[in-house]
Design a protein around this ligand. Structure first.
Ligand code: MN
Length: 697
């Protein structure tokens, strides 16, 4: 409980959300509203949870919503025998605990009134305003009498469209489903299974994508218990067995606390038990579980930079398992999740997984969009989001995947196609984040190729795609992208070229598939040709780097800076014409450039345009002696010198020496020498040089 008092949303030992005492709530609800100026007990729990996040919130509107909901549901009962009002109250409490704002909570109390009582949407609008009306409308089911078997798919379609305008609709739906899943035991087994399957296929992936981890993991456990009874029982038995043996992570947590205290780093160190499904997955993956596999350590700190400070201490005082290190602070996941992940071995050889994050990151990790509040309020920018009209939106309340989903659903007119495509789309459970060479990021399903990236970024203009670069190299369009790749789609200027039918084999995203299928259907002659797209010989557009402040002797040729060696003024440069006529500029010492001159390709004379020192991306390598806080000090020095870190790689220390590789963005190339000398001044660093390969995120 002490953890909860200091950091809202942390539930200490127990994963997931606290459950409301339904019987107590039911009794309180039956007594009805107490008096005008005192909140009735039933809504009191909600008010208390809400105040923990919003001390100044106006509770009177919640009170009014409760009075209306209680009166209109009076006489209705849940299958379990509880008064119906216990359900909207429990849903509202789930959202209040996660830090939802007042409007969401008001709509949550009223969410079933229009569907199940005489209350009308107009009445809700009149008494509680347009926003609450919109949210209640968004979660109100379409009637079976009107839609028959299509009612469920069409209800989800309606909810997703409403979510596109206001993500709070989905927050309420997720909490609604969570409470219904918690109380599913009273239903017939066939019905339980049917609901559990829809929850698994649609609601769990939506919770994941919206970053609502607390709801997602509990939903997963509830689904698991219904659909895989034996595995669930086995996982439960393993957890019980481990608990009776005493928690192995508790002593590691104490060691970590001591190390951080000695380093003067203020941090909260908690043991987080894995949830049921997570234990099951770990068992399947590892065969047998070690005592430290039943949970992870969670280290909470105040500031972003402290995350790296803690990391440095842990990697110095324990033996790090470097392959487990992931930096989601510098490169957040597509659902805004941020944390450093690592694993350390204690002297006795036991390995503990550790998550390091700030309190704010923790709130977003647990509650995702629920904690982001009103989507109409200005949203703080997260990560290095692109602002191109067709690109991934950094706006967490309407993320790129949702825009893509809303786009393809329009071209799926019948409920069957929609329902099937929706489940398939959401089944692509793991998303990857790729960087656009032009800046910004794209979220794509795992297994996505350059074709998918091109359509995600450029929409129908991707019909003109000629080729792609991944991490600076020209690759085939069918190349599968990995998390953290930098991708650049090369488009022809010629607007008549179109996709070839083989692209369908490479397209994993519905938006790319639907766009390609549509184009091919509209151009039946082109589809019959062996290569549907007549490839024009030249003119490639490649975003802002096209001419890149470089002067060539063939003035019309498009010029691009090579991604492998990232030349920056005033580097010595050399250039070669590549397929398609583009001139690619390399640093003189780049191995790729050397290979090209060795193969007797004649270089194109190039020079930097005078006075042009535009922004640039550059990769630097720092060689240092390992010491505590090294990474924190380095990253600190780098940001002070004006560098935005895009990705970082830390190689395992060897003989006390460590090598850090950083790919950074500079607003002005002229800042580079200053940045390098600032890094050299960090104690322990003995060399800083330009690297030939970008750092892996
Ligand atoms: Mn409901």
């Amino acid at each position: 409980m002490s953890a909860e008092a200091t950091s809202p949303g942390v539930h200490g030992r127990r994963r997931g959300l606290p459950r409301i005492d339904l019987r107590r709530l039911g009794r309180a609800a039956l007594l009805g509203p107490a008096s005008r100026d005192r909140l009735p007990d039933a809504i009191g729990h909600v008010a208390e949870a809400h105040r923990a996040h919003f001390p100044d919130a106006d509770m009177s509107v919640l009170h009014r919503a409760y009075v209306l909901a209680e009166a209109s549901h009076r006489g209705q009962y849940r299958k379990s025998g509880e008064p119906y009002i216990t359900h909207p109250l429990a849903v509202t409490l789930i959202l209040a605990e996660l830090g939802a704002e007042t409007t969401t909570l008001t709509a949550a109390i009223l969410h079933d009134t229009v569907e199940d009582t005489d209350v009308t949407l107009d009445q809700v609008g009149r008494e509680f305003g347009e926003e609450v009306r919109y949210l209640v409308d968004g979660v109100t089911k379409l009637e079976k009498v009107d839609y028959g078997a299509a009612a469920e798919p069409e209800t989800f379609r309606k909810m997703l469209v409403a979510t596109g305008n206001d993500v709070r609709v989905m927050s309420i739906k997720l909490a609604d489903r969570l409470h219904n899943m918690r109380t599913l035991g009273v239903m017939r087994p066939e019905k339980q299974e049917r609901i559990a399957k829809v929850t698994r296929d649609v609601l769990v992936p939506l919770a994941e994508r919206l970053g609502v981890q607390a709801i997602k993991s509990e939903l997963e456990d509830l689904v698991f218990a219904i659909l895989c009874r034996e595995d669930a029982a086995r996982a439960r038995a393993l957890i019980a067995e481990n608990a009776s043996a005493g928690d192995a992570l508790v002593s590691t947590a104490q060691d970590v606390r001591r190390v951080l205290r000695e380093a003067d780093l203020a941090a909260e160190v908690l043991v987080r038990p894995r949830h049921l499904v997570s234990v099951h997955r770990a068992r399947v993956k590892r065969g047998e579980l070690r005592p430290t596999d039943f949970g992870r350590l969670l280290v909470l700190v105040a500031e972003d930079a402290d995350c790296y400070g803690v990391l440095g201490e842990l990697h110095t005082c324990f033996t790090p398992v470097i392959s487990e290190f992931k930096d989601f602070v510098a490169a957040p996941k597509f659902n805004l999740y941020q944390s450093l992940h690592t694993a350390v071995a204690a002297p006795d050889g036991s390995v503990a997984e550790v998550l390091i994050r700030t309190h704010q990151m923790h709130k977003v990790a647990e509650a995702g969009v629920v904690a982001l509040g009103n989507p109409y309020a200005p949203v703080p920018a997260a990560g290095d989001g692109g602002d191109a009209p067709d690109g991934e939106r950094a706006d967490p309340t309407r993320p790129g995947w949702l825009s893509r989903l809303l786009e393809w659903q329009e071209s799926a007119p019948d409920p069957d196609t929609f329902w099937k495509t929706l489940r398939a789309d959401l089944a692509q459970d793991r998303e990857i984040t790729v960087f656009r060479a032009e800046g910004g990021m794209l979220g794509l399903p795992a297994g996505a190729t350059c074709v998918d990236a091109a359509y995600a970024q450029y929409g129908e203009a991707a019909h003109r795609c000629l080729g792609a670069r991944v991490n600076g190299r020209l690759v085939a369009l069918g190349t599968v992208l990995n998390d953290g790749d930098t991708v650049q789609a090369l488009l022809a200027h010629d607007t008549t070229s179109g996709p070839s039918p083989e692209w369908l084999e490479h397209a994993r995203t519905p938006s790319a598939r639907i766009a390609i299928t549509g184009w091919l259907a509209a151009h039946p002659d082109a589809a019959a040709l062996p290569d549907a797209s007549p490839r024009p010989p030249a003119a490639v557009s490649a975003g802002p780097r096209t001419t890149a402040g470089v002067v060539t002797e063939r003035p019309d040729a498009p010029v691009r800076l090579a991604g492998c060696c990232t030349p920056v003024p005033p580097d010595d440069i050399t250039a070669f014409q590549v397929r398609g006529g583009t001139v690619t500029v390399h640093r003189a010492e780049c191995p790729a450039a050397r290979r090209m001159s060795q193969s007797k390709r004649s270089p194109v004379p190039v020079s930097w345009a005078a006075g042009d020192t535009a922004g640039c991306q550059v990769t630097l390598r720092a060689e240092s002696f390992g010491r505590p806080r090294l990474m924190a000090d380095l990253t600190d020095a780098m940001s002070t010198a004006g560098a935005a870190i895009i990705s970082a790689t830390v190689e395992p220390p060897s003989r006390q020496r460590v090598r850090h590789t950083y790919t950074v963005q500079l607003a002005d190339a002229a800042l580079l020498p200053g940045l390098m000398s600032a890094m050299r001044e960090v104690p322990g660093v003995y060399d800083v040089s330009r690297a030939q390969q970008p750092a892996q995120a």
